[in-house]
Design a protein around this ligand. Structure first.
Ligand code: MG
Length: 288
């Protein structure tokens, strides 16, 4: 682990691609993190390919483009790898009948349809159960997902459907700031009933990182992952051979680093106060 302006090594390595986590790296809630839009522009000026990554289970890329544009970051759907779109890619590549039984929100359904999949109402027709979150921002199961607990169980038990999930995230802060259940809570219920564990596509699964690398077309050793969480951002990226950058604008604080064990710390190549320091790393400027 290298502090940006502490014990420094100047890597002569030339980077070609950057994967940027979004929440805690580029924005906090609906507000941009200081300097994030300018950093993205600068990375592009330097000729780096940039992909934006989010574990969100509810939105399609088209919808999420607006979220990033609203904080001053200009993106197109093909620049985004969301847990929804990566799941749709995976299922489309592995499906024979293209018939899926989906649990979740319209954004996930849009991505599945765009990938050429057919959303079925009868669980016993399904080749895949694709699970996002059935809950709304207040923690209620939405109207269209009311029967999906039963439907998913029947698809798995009666039609032998494969069980794939957008992300494993169990809890979120709700619109009132108190905890609400996420996709992982639904997965736990279905696993308890059927004994079947889902295949997770979103973070911390390496599958979503493979989709991002594919999209970038850059080798892992020439690609940087920038994130604010150890478990979901740093560890899987390091396993795939990417250079890892932890920023301190999100969930992980400097205090947390001090408490971290050495093995985990060794997976972090750089710690930056914010994403802005990335420009110096990729621009080849001498650090400090
Ligand atoms: Mg994050």
């Amino acid at each position: 682990m290298h502090e940006f302006c502490g014990d420094v090594r100047v890597s002569g390595r030339k980077y070609e691609g950057v994967i940027l986590d979004i929440d805690g790296v580029l924005k906090r809630g609906s507000k941009p993190i200081l300097g994030a839009p300018e950093t993205v522009n600068k990375l592009r000026e330097l000729g780096l390919k940039v992909i934006f990554l989010s574990n969100l289970s509810t939105k399609s890329r088209e919808e999420y483009v607006q979220t990033l544009r609203s904080i001053g970051i200009n993106v197109w759907p093909e620049d985004l790898v969301l847990a929804t779109s990566a799941t749709a890619d995976y299922v489309a590549r592995h499906s024979k009948t293209r018939k899926v039984y989906v649990v979740g929100h319209e954004g996930l359904m849009k991505e599945l349809r765009r990938a050429g999949l057919i959303l079925v109402n009868d669980p016993e027709e399904a080749e895949f159960v694709v699970a996002g979150s059935p809950f709304d921002e207040k923690g209620f199961v939405t109207e269209e997902n009311r029967w999906k607990f039963t439907g998913a169980i029947r698809a798995i038990m009666l039609a032998n459907a494969k069980f794939v999930a957008v992300n494993p995230d169990k809890l979120f802060p709700g619109s009132d700031g108190k905890p609400i259940p996420g996709t992982g809570t639904f997965l736990g219920a279905i696993e308890a009933a059927t004994g079947v564990k889902p295949l997770i596509i979103g973070k911390p699964s390496r599958l979503i990182y493979k989709v991002a690398l594919d999209r970038l077309g850059t080798p892992p050793e020439k690609t940087i992952m920038v994130g604010d969480q150890i478990y979901t951002d740093i560890l899987p990226a390091k396993e795939l051979g990417l250079t890892t950058v932890l920023v301190l604008t999100g969930i992980t604080r400097r205090d947390d680093l001090e408490k971290m064990d050495d093995v985990t710390k060794s997976k972090i190549d750089y710690v930056f106060n914010s994403v802005r320091a990335l420009v110096k790393l990729v621009g080849g400027e001498k650090q400090c």
